[in-house]
Design a protein around this ligand. Sequence first.
Ligand code: AQP
Length: 355
Amino acid sequence: MTSFKERVFSGVQPTGNLHLGNYLGAIRRFVALQDDHDCIYCVVDLHAITLWQEPAELEKATREVTAAFLAAGIDAEKHIVFNQSRVAQHAELAWIFNCVARMGWLNRMTQFKEKAGKDRENASVGLFAYPTLMAADILAYRATHVPVGDDQKQHLELTRDIAQKFNNDFSERIAELGLGVEMMVGEEKVNGFFPLTEPLIEGPAPRVMSLRDGTKKMSKSDPSDLSRINLTDDADTIAKKVRKAKTDPQPLPSELEGLEGRPEAENLVTIFAALAETSRAAVISDFGGRQFSEFKPALAELAVEKLAPIAAEMRRISADHAYVDGVLRAGGERAAAEAEQTLAMARKIIGLLGN
Ligand code: AQP
């Protein structure tokens, strides 16, 4: 009996305004994981179109996210980098999962509620079914680990529910075809076709907050550009955004516990610690008792030092369309070959003739 090969999968939507939260919560961790894992990183353009995208902007943003992956240090030869729509198996498996997942499960997804807002009747069907496509992205490669920011926790739980229901619904058939793989669920040894994927929601900044409101997540779609540091911002813009970041009138506390109930101060300290690759306690030990007028310039300088080289590299790479498109094409071919192996088995399990 074999067990699942460890494999990492994650994706980023090409919806413009890639920001510090995307970098610290996701992309920088993608880079760290590639040293000892087999990784697949995807620009999830089919997810992007669940909300309206201008076609030319979508093309530009797809190249920009790819460039961000490469500029941050992802090795597209050793690992796989591609855009989702090139691999039709994602959409095929998503349809299968639409027939496995239950309406009640999707009705509970908070991201749909937030994104659809009050105009639920006018939201696309794709926005509602977004989590089943995400499950398909991951399970088309039978990925075992998914690094994501904290906001994706609920979608990862749904992915596990879908895998488990599929494994249960088809357990006899999976056994008959000898396609079961052994895995540990807690203390229990179980057998199934899809792994119960582990979310990797860790690192120093799984949830970077808005610079304008420390209770809201930093987000691409926030109408205020001052709320986020974009990966493409120049040094002056970064300095201005940090200077204008909302804070309270108190100096920084001298103990970590003093950040409680001060979301904006906590966010800036977290960002500093994550960028400096140190602990929040170390930041407080250096800056405790000091005013924001002293802390903010140090944070701006650090952010520029860390982000400027990535921004410059991103600009250089994304301007070279032939190169970026070549990376996506080659990655897409490799990804399709992997995904087709899973789909061929899944079709057999379900009873869909056609292999
Ligand atoms: N603020 C954040 N802090 C930490 N991680 C974050 N991520 C997003 N925002 C933060 C993580 O970045 C990865 C890619 O995100 P995405 O583009 O696929 O979708 P998203 O989570 O919807 O990103 P945004 O920026 O918040 O976009 P909008 O405004 O459209 O909702 C994911 O791993 C995500 O967790």
